[in-house]
Write a protein that binds this ligand. Sequence first.
Ligand SMILES: [Zn+2]
Length: 272
Amino acid sequence: MAEQEDDRYEVVIVRYGTRRTMRSEVYLNYGVYGDGDAPIDMDYFVWVVRNAHRVILVDTGYSIEGGASRGRTPLMTPVDAWRHLGIDLDSELTVVLSHAHYDHAGNLAALPKARIVVSESEVDFWLGPLARRAQFHHSADADGLTELAKARKQGRVKTFSGAVTVAPGVEVLEVGGHTPGQAIVRVETPAGPVLLASDSVHYYEELEADMPFTYVADLPRMYRTFDLISGLVATGQITHLVAGHDPSTLERFPAYDGVPGGLAAIIGRLSQ
Ligand SMILES: [Zn+2]
């Protein structure tokens, strides 16, 4: 990858887990829509942003224990997926945490030197007292938060408010809504700008049908983020929108064999 520009990346999407649930379990106050209930799958992803100059992990998935304790079906651990992608887990790579839920911020112990970028409001909330209340606590993983606190003590957590450019061509924007400091990640790729929406948009239907997700810290902000993202797509500032948990995600983008088992897709592939 010798002659690449510094500020464009390929985005690898890895599907590492799945589960079947019901629409009434994933959409907030589903009864208001007057639709019948039905099963719906929820997939779990981690994302890798990379070029010849740097590797940025976006979210770190759930740990084996974090998934097992909730009855999730693991397809491959994120750690194994990163190894298949040739990522040196002991290097000083950058990790962006979109938010601190168990399925996005586990496995930090496997990344002992990583520099972790997360919004200040998110890390303050989850390491603070309100995170222990039942409605929040069930979405977090105590071990994961302990690792995050440890990394912060070690000076490896870099917080931001509003927006931050973590590298040329990679911008992280705090939007809130789903969690107090939920963030989205905009990446420049050869295929155009990509938005890793993470849990600001779990399902494409969530955005298209304007149906907020069931777990929400701030509903007005969640709706405003729908408007923000719809606007970015409508104006061409985003050409590829990657939802956080949608089972159709891998079908929407070119398959990538860098991870075995048909578990990955790639946007803006760079030549090797
Ligand atoms: Zn999630």
